[in-house]
Design a binder for this molecule. Structure first.
Ligand code: COA
Length: 156
């Protein structure tokens, strides 16, 4: 390995760069508009509604990525509501594969407020979600080799 490659490899170990790389790998998985029926008592989007939007979008992405409809949520990480969303706000949900295990897939998920006028996106919520592939009896079953191979190529 050249000294330049060593330097790059060392830099990519920095947490801040890891976050930048991971965020750039994020793909859009859903778009929503906040309706007045979605608001809580403080006039902000109700947290449970955003959680449901994220769960549904992440499940759709995970099952498509793993090429199977048979996946269940086993774990939801910390939900951090960083900024409020108001009626009429456009919301974009993004995901990146954080880990592909034997039977499970973990996604990092972000919701961002999207400005129609400037195209600017503001981070409003972050979380992570893990889904497990199950068989007809509800027992964890390995994610397919083809999926694993494609994932390895994507990650390279
Ligand atoms: C998901 C479920 C099938 C896992 O069964 P289990 O016997 O605990 O599974 P295992 O211990 O064999 O683990 C299976 C996978 O789940 C992962 N897992 C289990 N518990 C976990 C946890 N707390 N956090 C993250 N991953 C976890 C394991 O790491 C493993 O992944 P890997 O194969 O990629 O390494 C079972 O817990 C279940 O049916 N839960 C209810 C699911 C549900 O109804 N969800 C809500 C609606 S979709």
């Amino acid at each position: 390995m050249s000294s330049r490659e060593t330097a790059v490899a060392d830099l990519s170990d920095l947490p801040v760069l890891k976050e930048v790389v991971q965020r750039s790998a994020m793909v859009p998985i859903a778009k929503k508009i906040v309706m007045t029926r979605d608001l809580g008592v403080h006039g902000n989007l109700f947290g449970g509604t955003l959680m449901a939007w994220i769960d549904e979008a992440a499940a759709a992405f995970a099952t498509e990525y793993c090429f199977t409809p048979n996946m269940v949520t086993v774990r939801v990480g910390e939900f951090l509501f960083r900024k409020p969303l108001k009626a009429g706000n456009h919301v974009r949900i993004y995901a990146a594969v954080a880990r592909l295990g034997t039977t499970s897939i973990t996604l990092n998920v972000e919701a961002r407020r999207y400005s129609l006028y400037s195209g600017e996106e503001t981070l409003v919520c972050t979380t992570s979600i893990t889904f497990v592939r199950i068989d007809d009896d509800g027992t964890p079953t390995p994610i397919g080799e083809t999926v694993r191979h494609r994932h390895a190529l994507n990650a390279a």
